[in-house]
Design a protein around this ligand. Structure first.
Ligand SMILES: [Zn+2]
Ligand SMILES: [Zn+2]
Length: 510
């Protein structure tokens, strides 16, 4: 049963497709794009010198030495040891390890790697030794962008050491991208010889699949991640009256990215611009298996699982070929008329992990803060972790925005009222940004409610915690049967919550 052991999620990367810091920010190749000044204002030298915080180490100093002379607060923080916890601004491509101890009682974890992006090798070297990740037992890919699969080639040594092929679960569109980028991984005749190639077994999954992978129940959550255009050539019949060659035309289509729900406890959506209604139903009825979910448009699921069509892709069978064991059958959760989950407090979704690129602006292929919060309002998780943020907003600024939601007032004074201001080099810009977020995002009235998002959050979701995630953070959800009781609560983060700060790896400034 999936719930007998605690499930852990270890953040390998929480950044964008480029990762942070951006080298041109460090080299000041473009000192500070004007386009960003409405997101976080640049404190120019004169303003900085008048700032009451000008003396604080880690503040931008245009005449100083590297890295204090870098204007972008986020990229500077990532490399400046004088910025408190500035290393949290060093972010790799989004990806994580989801793991659980194996059921055979040997105490060893089995590790499911979600996405293998451009920064995989670097992130693995940073974190795996401290986390004790010694094997990669299966891989899930979200979509066919470089930041999700360009690190596949670095799995070769893992395959050799483990002495078996690694199963990779991905949808058909992503598989086709892999075939284009790494032909030798799907067809050994394309390898030039002499070098090792990763031994991978391709497992094509569908948008509404439910699987069990290394003892973890995985429900696929298909979402849109921007749109792309593909060319269509009209059929000859439609242009038969004309002698001209049929003209190709471009048709827009949403790019499908896969989110996942693990053991009905953790929802992970790394790249999203909109969520189809069928996926909402799966999330709101999270305790239903696919086969009993009224929302599923096609039959579930593990039985649909098929290997990739290319016979040369079929490599030696690994020890842990996924079984077709369905997930636990638990009565579904009612959904009330406003489409929100009716779950009792004890049955709250423990963790939502969701894409939020910028606090103030929308984006064509990623959620903004506003969209991420609206998802949290509908799902009502106990904890929401924001991922995928980019510069110039810093981790400290995201923390301050999140704190402002959970405290009285909604203004800087509101924050001060409870905990007092934290001294930080980003303080002045952060104060500006938090006020701007309340003015532009959290205060404007939503729909017919007559209330702003911030007010709705406090009334509706007041006991829910929202935080920015960081590379190296470890989360843990105890088993539902209470098997984890008795563990020292001091090992957890503040308030005995889901954060395992004792396991979390603090990043190094380089
Ligand atoms: Zn930057
Ligand atoms: Zn993408």
């Amino acid at each position: 049963m999936p719930s007998e052991e605690a499930i852990q999620l270890l953040f390998m990367g929480t950044g964008t497709s480029t990762g942070l810091p951006l080298t041109p920010c460090l080299t000041r190749s473009n000192p500070y794009p004007e386009a960003f000044s409405d997101m976080v204002p640049l404190l120019r030298a004169t303003e900085t010198s008048h700032s009451p915080l000008a003396h604080i180490k880690g503040t931008w100093n245009p005449d100083g030495k590297f890295p204090s002379n870098i204007p972008c607060p986020c990229c500077r923080s990532a490399v400046d040891p004088d910025v408190p916890e500035g290393w949290k601004n060093k972010r790799g491509n989004t990806g994580c390890i989801v793991r659980k101890k194996s059921s055979n009682g040997d105490g060893e974890y089995k590790n499911l790697l979600v996405d293998v992006g451009k920064t995989f090798r670097e992130q693995a070297a940073r974190f795996f030794p401290e986390w004790g990740v010694k094997t990669i037992d299966a891989v899930l890919l979200t979509h066919g962008h470089a930041d999700a699969y360009f690190g596949l080639d670095d799995l070769r040594e893992w395959c050799i050491r483990q002495g078996r092929a690694i199963p990779v679960y991905l949808n058909q569109a992503t598989y086709e991208k892999v075939c284009e980028a790494f032909p030798y991984m799907v067809d050994k005749t394309k390898a030039s010889g002499g070098g090792d190639v990763p031994q991978l077994i391709w497992k094509i999954i569908e948008d509404d699949d439910e699987l069990e992978i290394i003892g973890i129940n995985v429900k696929v959550l298909a979402v849109h991640h921007g749109i792309y255009f593909h060319s269509i050539t009209p059929s000859p019949s439609s242009s038969s009256l004309s002698q001209t060659t049929p003209q190709k035309r471009l048709e827009p289509e949403p790019l499908i990215c896969l989110g996942f729900m693990f053991d009905s406890s953790i929802i992970y959506i790394s790249d999203v611009s909109s969520i189809p209604e069928s996926t909402w139903s799966r999330m709101l009825n999270r305790n239903s298996s696919s086969s009993s979910s009224s929302s599923s448009s096609s039959s579930a699921s593990s039985s649909n699982l098929k290997s990739a069509p290319n016979p040369s892709a079929i490599l030696p069978t690994p020890d842990d070929t996924p079984s077709s064991t369905p997930g636990p059958e638990v009565p579904g959760v009612n959904v009330n008329t406003n489409g929100r989950s009716n779950m009792g407090a004890e049955d709250k979704l423990p963790i939502l992990i969701i894409d939020a690129l910028w606090p103030l602006r929308p984006h064509a292929s990623h959620f903004s803060l506003q969209q991420a919060l609206n998802v949290a309002l509908r799902l009502k998780p106990r904890y929401t972790y924001l991922i995928g943020s980019t510069h110039p907003t810093t981790h400290f600024m995201w923390e301050e925005i999140c704190l402002s939601l959970q405290q009285q007032g909604g203004t800087i004074d509101g924050i001060n009222g409870k905990h007092g201001k934290r001294q930080h080099p980003d303080r002045v810009q952060s104060d500006w940004l938090v006020n701007k977020v309340w003015e532009k995002v959290l205060t404007p009235k939503e729909g017919k409610t007559g209330k702003g998002l911030g007010e709705i959050w406090r009334e509706d979701n007041g006991d829910s915690i929202v935080r920015p995630a960081w590379d190296g953070l470890v989360l843990e959800v105890p088993p539902r049967d209470g098997g984890g009781q008795g563990r020292d609560e001091g090992e957890r983060g503040e308030g005995g919550d889901v954060e395992r700060l004792d396991l979390s790896t603090r990043g190094l400034v380089y």
